[in-house]
Design a protein around this ligand. Structure first.
Ligand code: 8YV
Length: 327
């Protein structure tokens, strides 16, 4: 019988997925659920025919230059591929796949949760209850800002951005967006979304800004100090995409100085590190990169990984091959 391909999985995945993987491939699991070090990753790619990394594995030139010649597929468990040096992978004839689509709605739910929770001071109220210091209702306590009727500016109107737009419309927000490319008319009409070619001009007019674009060389620090300074002091910022898209230090400074009303952050520039000054701010909700963290979603992601590997091994183009256009 043909030798089964060696599949190395870098992190613990849902049990059903790991079981299926063990049945199908010569699978090497990692149940030490801490991110692999670079040297562990290098050991992994020396033996793997297929690598299944996650967002916490930096697949850079150093790792890719150590792959064994049989490693021809990196089937990433996740949608973002900014942790993989795609150009080098391509040069080395390695196909990269991801898991798009299945975490769109979960991530949009979490984005909407932050859009609601920050202006309405949800976690502040919760902290007050747990502190035991609540003295009862008063007409002027815990006042937040109204959400309906406000302008939401979505940066990155791909699958997740559009799913956020659909939800936000139902909550009475008006939808504005900036994207590399303008959406076709019929999509814009369906979403009742207003396109802003100039990100700067959009930023200056929004009440809430949601970051939903991938992290690429072109979007690194897209919200830099200059652009963040364009926001109105009453504006809220929500980020469920990648920390690197926002200059975290500049954002922190503006939040501290009252130049931005608040922020909901699920992602950070140097995860798992967080700018410690953010922790001191009441008008900020911080979450540990859990935008897509649902049991159902993780299984869906795992199934996508399985299909990508199987299709590739069978000699076909895997459904979620990451195209060069992502660069
Ligand atoms: C995942 C994510 O938790 O898919 C992504 O891009 O950021 C998250 O949804 C993570 O990537 C798993 O690798």
């Amino acid at each position: 019988p043909q030798k089964k391909p060696v599949v190395v999985v870098t992190r613990r995945l849902p049990d059903v997925i790991e079981t299926r993987m063990m049945e199908l491939f010569d699978t090497r699991l990692n149940h030490d659920d801490t991110p692999m070090t670079q040297s562990q990753l290098i050991e992994a790619v020396k033996m793997a025919d297929v690598l299944v990394p996650t967002v916490t594995d930096k697949i850079d030139l150093g790792v890719l230059s150590q792959t064994n010649p049989n490693l021809k597929l990196i089937a990433s468990f996740g949608t973002g591929v900014d942790h993989i040096d795609l150009a080098t992978a391509r040069q080395r004839g390695i196909t990269v796949t991801n898991t798009p689509g299945v975490l769109t709605e979960d991530t949009a739910d979490m984005t909407m949760a932050l859009i609601m929770a920050v202006p309405r001071r949800l976690t502040e109220g919760e902290r007050l209850m747990r502190s035991g210091n609540w003295n009862g209702w008063s007409p002027t306590s815990m006042l937040g800002h109204r959400i309906w009727g406000k302008r939401l500016g979505i940066i990155g109107m791909g699958r997740i951005g559009q799913a956020v737009a659909r939800r936000a419309r139902a909550f009475g927000l008006s939808i504005h967006y900036h994207n590399r490319n303008r959406l076709p008319d019929y999509v814009e009409n369906e979403l009742e979304a207003t396109y802003w070619e100039s990100l700067d001009q959009m930023l200056a007019r929004m009440d809430i800004v949601s970051v939903n674009c991938p992290h690429t060389p072109a979007t690194f620090h897209l919200l830099n100090a200059r652009r963040l300074a364009l926001l109105q002091p009453s504006c809220y910022v929500v980020n469920t995409s990648r920390g690197e898209v926002v200059d975290e230090n500049a954002l922190t400074r503006l939040l501290r100085n009252g130049k931005i009303a608040g922020a909901g952050l699920d992602v950070f520039e140097h995860e798992p590190a967080v700018n410690p000054r953010l922790l001191e701010l009441d008008n900020v909700i911080l979450l540990p990169h859990m935008g897509s963290a649902t049991i159902e979603g993780r299984i869906d992601m795992g199934e996508k990984v399985l299909i990508n590997i199987k299709t590739f091994i069978d000699g076909h183009t895997p459904p979620d091959r990451v195209l060069q256009a992502m660069l």
